[in-house]
Design a protein around this ligand. Structure first.
Ligand code: HEM
Ligand code: HEM
Length: 182
């Protein structure tokens, strides 16, 4: 069994990286958005924040090998081919996705470090790249929230596009990203 992509199908490595990142991104968003259901200072509220940060930092760990894989593998073509404008739009959206998959975790980590916190990933402390600084903390917090909201909109548009391709255009955009049928 080949681990790489073929001309028609994303391979197991690309699929695993995509679906695992998708799960972590949805978990990170769901956890932080559920934050407000819990009282300030409660342990449930801190737990949602801690799990948000862990899921978010793991996204960064997956995105680095994912980008390497993306640029060393063939991109499977879609059958029947969509119009050129759709391909252009999809490429632009994927570019923004990759930029956010890097910038969101990095800004989140930098935001906490500018606040003076030690950020850990699975119990290991990450090196402090930024000294505590209140102004920088606030700027990074606004930036992180802005990018987080952009990510929510992008995910919704991305899922809608996958459904339109599958149900209306009836092409293999989605099935290329699923395990091949026997
Ligand atoms: C929730 C977080 C998600 C993120 C961050 C994400 C990110 C991405 C990215 C960056 C690509 C581009 C792959 C490439 O380099 O060519 C991609 C492709 C794709 N994703 Fe997602 N995805 C998410 C969720 C989903 C979901 C829930 C679905 C299905 C309903 C889905 C279906 C697809 C499909 C079908 C492709 C291939 C599209 C194409 O080649 O034009 N994704 N995704
Ligand atoms: C893919 C990764 C990530 C995504 C998609 C994401 C997304 C979000 C979203 C949507 C919010 C809520 C914004 C709002 O209130 O409007 C948020 C807040 C927050 N994020 Fe992330 N985040 C990610 C990674 C991280 C990481 C790695 C950290 C820290 C290590 C972090 C720390 C925080 C904190 C502390 C808040 C709350 C800010 C506040 O008090 O308002 N995030 N994030």
């Amino acid at each position: 069994m080949s681990l790489g992509n073929t001309e028609r199908q994303f391979g197991p490595v690309a699929r695993a990286l995509h679906w695992l990142s998708a799960l972590l991104v949805v978990a990170a968003i769901g956890l932080i958005e559920s934050h407000d259901f819990f009282e300030k200072g409660s342990s449930a509220r801190s737990l949602t924040a801690i799990l948000h940060m862990q899921a978010g930092a793991l996204v960064l760990v997956l995105t680095l090998p994912r980008l390497f894989w993306r640029f060393t593998q063939v991109l499977p073509s879609i059958t029947p081919p969509p119009p050129a404008w759709q391909n252009g739009l999809a490429h632009a959206m994927h570019f923004v996705f990759y930029a956010l998959l890097l910038a969101l975790p990095l800004s989140g980590i930098a935001m906490r470090q500018a606040h003076g916190d030690v950020v850990t990933l699975l119990g290991v402390s990450l090196p402090a790249l930024i000294a505590p600084n209140d102004d920088l903390h606030e700027t990074l917090e606004s930036l992180h929230e802005l990018m987080g909201n952009a990510m929510i909109l992008l995910v919704l548009a991305h899922v809608a596009a996958a459904v339109v391709h599958h149900r209306i255009q009836r092409d293999d955009t989605l099935t290329r990203m699923l395990p091949p049928r026997r």
